[in-house]
Write a protein that binds this ligand. Structure first.
Ligand code: SF4
Ligand code: SF4
Ligand code: SF4
Ligand code: SF4
Length: 249
């Protein structure tokens, strides 16, 4: 899966025709073979754009940033990214007329060890669902697979489940990186923000982490698209079992 050249050609054309102000894509990080998101507003930077199975991040998250808000934006979306973009459109957070969307018929992305991501193994809607043009051959919808971790947790009793989550949340440092990396968390004032939410009184205890992450999970229930942007952002490597509430929109 390498659409780098096609994406460079499309972005160059959009800039040349004056159809976009910025382009949101991926570029190499400059020190190994991994990639980072990039927001381009100078056409001279277009040759740096890449897209391969290392293009792991969900770029729809950048539509909530100041440098794209109310601008004409070109961007690349895989299947899961396009579903969060669809929700942002549904929830009136972005205007469809301001977007030029390059959809990917996605073959899956890999982690830093080159292993296919678990959400990609379980992905049931790999093709972009909203786009202006599609790259790749659509693969269609696949049968739903219950996540093995969730299936294992579902058969446990309530006390065991609580203990399981307490152990996980004990490692949370309340940095909010997960919430900031989630495209579907765009509230100007977030109710789980440790610094501003009066409910926590600035505390960073295990119980406040438990409360905040469970609240966060509920705010994503039925909306989470299983892109794992939050998992990639977490410095404590918390497993995302508590936020896998997949939607197939
Ligand atoms: S979850 Fe699906 S659409 Fe998203 S990167 Fe993986 S295979 Fe592609
Ligand atoms: S909660 Fe995580 S996996 Fe779900 S949409 Fe947000 S960033 Fe993606
Ligand atoms: S956790 Fe809830 S309140 Fe905070 S940004 Fe996300 S949806 Fe909004
Ligand atoms: S990114 Fe990880 S450590 Fe930071 S608040 Fe989220 S779960 Fe906790």
């Amino acid at each position: 899966m390498d659409y780098s050249k096609q994406i460079q050609d499309i972005a160059a054309k959009l800039f040349a025709e004056g159809k976009i102000d910025v382009f949101v894509g991926y570029r190499m990080n400059g020190f190994d073979d991994n990639q980072v998101p990039v927001v381009i507003n100078d056409p001279k930077e277009v040759p740096a754009l890449v897209f391969t199975e290392k293009s792991v991040f969900n770029l729809s998250n950048y539509l909530k940033a100041d440098h794209t808000r109310n601008k004409r934006v070109g961007l690349v979306v895989k299947g899961c990214d396009s579903r969060s973009l669809n929700l942002l459109l549904t929830e009136s957070q972005v205007k469809r007329d301001n977007l030029y969307i390059i959809g990917i018929a996605c073959e899956g992305v890999v982690d830093e060890k080159g292993q296919k991501m678990q959400n990609c193994i379980e992905c049931i809607v790999p093709d972009a669902v909203v786009y202006d043009e599609m790259l790749g051959s659509p693969r269609g919808k696949k049968d739903y697979i219950v996540n093995a971790d969730i299936a294992g947790l579902a058969v446990k009793g309530l006390v065991e489940r609580r203990e399981y989550f307490e152990e996980i949340f004990d490692n949370c440092i309340r940095c909010n990186a997960c919430r900031h990396s989630c495209p579907l968390c765009y509230c100007a004032k977030c109710c789980i923000d440790q610094e501003t939410a009066t409910i926590y009184n600035g505390s960073n205890t295990a119980s406040s982490a438990f409360h905040a992450l469970m609240t966060w999970s509920l705010h994503l229930a039925g909306r989470c698209v299983d892109c794992r942007n939050c998992e990639k952002a977490c410095p404590s490597h918390l497993p995302r079992i508590f936020c896998i509430n997949r939607t197939r929109r």
